[in-house]
Design a protein around this ligand. Structure first.
Ligand SMILES: *Cc1c(COP(=O)(O)O)cnc(C)c1O
Length: 435
């Protein structure tokens, strides 16, 4: 079922309609409105010939839940439809989505080029773990097109960026970057976690070729499951000679050529039948179900969160105990214009704020919050406050903290679905506690 064509042409429907209807074709003939959860590890074969055809990929169908599951297929179809992609592959986390996408394209001896504004987990995967696999990651010092071009050579296999970087909210110039990648005949891979499954930003509209997304965040939207998803734009020409694993005889499949067999979906099929088969981070069907339910309200949640973020940002800006508010929707943010170009509402549901005071007074503030949750998480229905200096960045020296832009009084806030006035009241009482 993983390379079946969509029954319906979702491209004619609006995002809000797609987020509810896409993937429902998988509903079995029971008339059930809800999507079924299939808690199964394996699937019965009709006979040995059927099994053989499934294994050699000449027929699509379920074999084993590490490779595919009907609940997960419905969820993948929904996300592919939201992005307008050729296909999607759900995996167990955002980090495994990045790992599978990168290793499908780059092998030992190859390199990849990345923008500097990266999520901490991605930075570690790139700098340390990929290096141990023999894949060199060239992280640019800035987003200067000249510098990025100068890092690309004949062994470069992809260009990587976050559409909006976590946590600084630096926005990637997607149009410029996709032209650079196109010139170099390499795919442009975008971590679009902050783009909320295409609702705030759809990198394929700007020429990106592959999207990875931490579904743990806005796709799930309620902090109830981990997940990641890879989406294939179906718009890269694999016949350029650099990707023999995709357009050449595949050693793992008796010489099968993915590009010839699966056309536009070659990359995503390869990620499934090699990446997921061999590395194994498959999602649980129950978690795929939670992602499906989360997606049904995605646009409503994100719109509320962006509005609430702006309201809190405005309130904080005029507060005497606040030193600096960094919000991409304000025109003093370095990425304000790029956000206006690439993100719906020109905003995001994340803001950073530096308080007046010291490390100790900031810790006291965080510990005095009653509604906002003190965690490391974003895109949850509960408002989350993170204090990098005492958590994610605690191991760093003072100099490294400075370089990362993390000061002792910096907080990252991810607005949830509460009434923002209650969150403002919560902040008010916490400021009183700090004195
Ligand atoms: C959270 C996050 C990830 C990692 O996703 P997990 O689901 O936590 O593995 C990757 N990229 C970005 C931008 C993130 O915010």
């Amino acid at each position: 079922m993983f390379f079946k064509m969509y029954i319906m042409d979702y491209s004619k429907l609006k995002f809000e309609t797609r987020q509810i209807h896409a993937g429902l074709d998988h509903t079995p003939a029971t008339g059930a409105r809800g999507i079924a959860i299939y808690p199964t590890a394996a699937y019965r074969f009709r006979d040995c010939e059927h099994a053989a055809r499934l294994f050699e990929l000449s027929e699509g169908g379920n074999i084993y839940t590490r490779l595919q599951n009907p609940t997960t297929s419905a969820y993948e179809e929904r996300v592919a439809a939201l992005y307008g992609g050729a296909g999607a592959l759900a995996v167990a986390s955002g980090m495994s989505a990045i790992l599978i996408a990168v290793t499908a394209l780059a092998s030992a001896g190859d390199n990849i080029v990345a923008l500097p504004f990266l999520y901490g987990g991605t930075y570690n995967q790139f700098r340390h773990s990929l290096k141990r696999l023999g894949i060199e990651v060239r992280i640019a010092d800035s987003d200067s097109p000249e510098q990025i071009k100068s890092l690309i050579d004949s062994r470069t296999r992809l260009l990587f960026a976050e559409s909006m970087g976590n946590p600084t909210c630096a926005v990637a110039d997607l149009e410029t970057l996709s032209l650079i990648a196109k010139d170099a005949q390499i795919p442009f891979v975008v971590d679009n976690t902050f783009g909320a499954a295409g609702y705030l930003c759809n990198p394929f509209d700007w020429g990106a070729n592959i999207v990875v997304d931490s579904a743990t965040k806005w796709i799930n939207g309620h902090g109830t499951a981990m997940g990641g998803i890879i989406v294939d734009g179906g718009n890269f020409d694999w016949s350029c000679g650099k990707y023999p694993e995709i357009n050449g005889p595949s050693a793992g499949y008796h010489g099968l050529n993915f590009h010839e067999a699966f056309g536009k979906a070659a990359f995503i099929v390869k990620c499934r039948v090699d990446g997921l088969r061999d590395f194994g981070p498959c999602p649980s069907p129950f978690d795929s179900y939670l992602m499906m339910i989360g997606l049904e309200t995605l646009s409503l949640r994100v719109r509320h969160e962006v509005e609430a973020t702006r309201k809190l940002a405005e309130w904080l800006q005029s507060h005497p105990k606040v030193k600096k508010v960094s919000y991409v929707g304000f025109d003093n943010h370095p990425s304000h214009l790029l956000a206006k170009k690439y993100f719906r509402f020109g905003g995001s549901a994340i803001l950073n704020v530096e308080l007046e005071g010291t490390l100790d007074s900031t810790i006291k503030f965080v510990e005095s919050l009653k509604l906002a949750a003190h965690m490391t998480m974003i895109g949850d229905s509960i408002t989350v406050v993170t204090h990098p200096a005492s958590t994610t960045h605690k191991q760093l020296s003072e100099a490294d903290l400075k370089a990362a832009g993390v000061t002792p009084t910096l907080l990252r806030i991810s607005l949830g679905l509460e009434d923002p006035d209650d969150i403002i009241d919560d902040f008010k009482q916490a400021f009183v506690h700090v004195g």
